[in-house]
Write a protein that binds this ligand. Structure first.
Ligand code: FE2
Length: 389
């Protein structure tokens, strides 16, 4: 790792981290597994048995449900080992997801995973907290400032937020199907979804390797198989009326949507999710800071523009909003919560925002699309979409 405390007082030997690959799984089949260890005297000890259901095949038409959030962290149920109580909503979020786990197929945690910040035993505390989830459904992660940022190590921001970890525990403890796991951007398909997961702690602007990846991920999806195209990143590359972005006057991470909005529009990205800002906010379908259509609880017809969602309220201390009314900002909630997507089939998607305190739905919308718009032209001969058109 890169510096203190991860290399000094925060360090502990992590033991050995193994990655197993299970090949040729039958889609939707239930599998049972357990973990074992052979002792020097030859006897074997076994964990309890766990179950998981194999992923649907790409394009499969079946009920598919994905939970998405950022910035969850961990907490102590009895407070016994708590030192700063920075993630007060964390256990509520974890417990709501466990309670509803029969109705969840996959989880995506978009950065600021456990806030170990160089105190490595906290990764164990976090993985113990999420074990009921991560042992049962895919627990996919993105990387945030608290995993990656460290001066002089190639991170886009030269701050001390990772506590010297510089991404090493995150990329080691969690598997991502990335070409280079240290870079942390990757594409993953689940049934009717394609997820393009960016890494805001490395440069994403045109001309970079990551920009090429984002363009390729968005453009290469076969929308007949994966109609639901989802972009995810830790910092808010799209829209947020959180108070510090509003104070800067950018309403986003600087250089975010300027660099990427043409890609989201051209490739008809349905939804973009972000963390980093610790609250919930949903925009209208928006392009170039203008609502292309009015915000609604039901969208139908051809794609108009991407809906941007901040879901960084899964655990860490909440961030407040600007008091100004912003035209594209449709729904704001200063509370802990998470999002859930339910794809019923290739033309019907439900979005829900749930509070962590009770698991109830406080915002929702549906998208009904026949996808003639994305199928009528291949990506490079589609007419260019602008605000004027
Ligand atoms: Fe963050």
């Amino acid at each position: 790792m890169c510096g203190a405390p991860a290399r000094t007082v925060g360090w502990r030997h992590p033991g050995y981290i193994h990655t197993s690959y299970l090949k040729d799984l039958w889609p939707d089949s239930m599998y049972t597994y357990r973990l074992g260890h052979r002792l020097p005297n030859g006897t074997r000890i076994w964990s309890k048995s766990y179950n998981f259901k194999a992923s649907p095949y790409p394009g499969q038409d079946s009920l598919q449900r994905v939970v998405i959030f950022g910035d969850m962290g961990k907490a102590e149920a009895d407070g016994s080992n708590e030192y700063n109580d920075f993630q007060p909503g964390s256990l509520n979020t974890t417990n709501q997801i466990i309670r509803d786990l029969d109705n969840v197929d996959m989880v995506v945690h978009i950065g600021d995973i456990c806030y170990a910040n160089g105190y490595l035993s906290q990764w164990d505390q976090f993985t113990a907290q999420i074990e009921p989830i991560a042992s049962t459904v895919p627990y996919m992660i993105g990387s945030g400032n608290h995993e990656r940022d460290w001066p002089g190590t190639g991170s886009f921001y030269g701050n001390l937020d990772s506590g010297g970890e510089c991404g090493v525990p995150a990329q080691t403890v969690f598997y991502t199907p990335a070409e280079n796991r240290a870079k942390f951007w990757y594409a993953t398909d689940y049934g009717m979804f394609r997820f393009c997961i960016a890494h805001t702690e490395e440069d994403w602007r045109p001309g970079t390797e990551q920009y090429e990846f984002i363009q390729h991920c968005l453009s290469s999806v076969d929308r007949q198989k994966q109609p639901w195209l989802i972009f995810l990143a830790h910092r808010v590359l799209g829209y947020s009326s959180n108070s510090y972005y509003a104070f800067e006057g950018t309403f986003e991470e600087p250089m975010g949507r300027e660099a990427l909005q043409e890609l989201w529009q051209k490739y008809k990205v349905d939804l973009a999710f972000y963390g980093h800002v610790h609250n919930y906010e949903r925009t209208c379908p928006v392009y170039q800071s203008q609502c292309v259509v009015n915000a609604s609880n039901h969208y139908s017809g051809p794609f108009q523009a991407t809906t941007h969602v901040v879901v960084g309220g899964a655990g860490a201390s909440l961030s407040d909003f600007t008091s100004s009314k912003i035209q594209w900002s449709h729904f704001r909630d200063f509370d802990h919560g998470f999002a859930k997507l339910t794809a019923f089939n290739h033309s019907s998607l439900l979005f829900e925002y749930k509070k962590s305190r009770d698991g109830d739905v406080y915002d929702h919308f549906t998208i009904s699309r026949d996808y003639r718009d994305v199928l009528a032209c291949s990506v490079d001969n589609c007419p260019r979409t602008s605000l004027a058109s």
